[in-house]
Design a protein around this ligand. Structure first.
Ligand code: SF4
Length: 103
């Protein structure tokens, strides 16, 4: 399990490092906009990593002047290095970010 997560983490890191364009904006300002992104994610094949990254608006570095990142997000599981938002459910690096970031 741990090594499988490591392989998935690497594959996500590679896609982001290779310049995958993700939908960083618009940032969901309201619960309705947040729910609309979740709805789009729910329509994906759960194994479709690339689409999850694109729709989630992933970055492989902190975001904005506040340097938001997974580490401080309510969905981040520190010990598993995992995003626990059910619609994402992927291994993540603590210094990454996506537009579903919440505290
Ligand atoms: S929701 Fe986004 S910012 Fe939060 S842990 Fe998951 S990937 Fe990171």
């Amino acid at each position: 399990m741990a090594s499988e997560n490591g392989a998935v983490l690497k594959s996500i890191a590679d896609m982001l490092a290779n310049g995958l364009k993700t939908e960083v904006e618009p940032f969901p300002e309201t619960d309705k906009e947040f729910a609309e992104i979740l709805l789009q994610l729910r329509q994906l094949d759960p194994k479709d990593l690339e689409s999850k990254l694109v729709i989630g608006g992933f970055l492989d570095h902190p975001y904005g002047p506040d340097r938001q990142r997974c580490l401080e997000c309510m969905y981040y599981l520190v010990h598993r290095r995992w995003c626990d938002l059910p619609e994402l459910s992927v291994p993540v690096d603590p210094d990454w970010w996506c537009r579903l970031w919440r505290i």
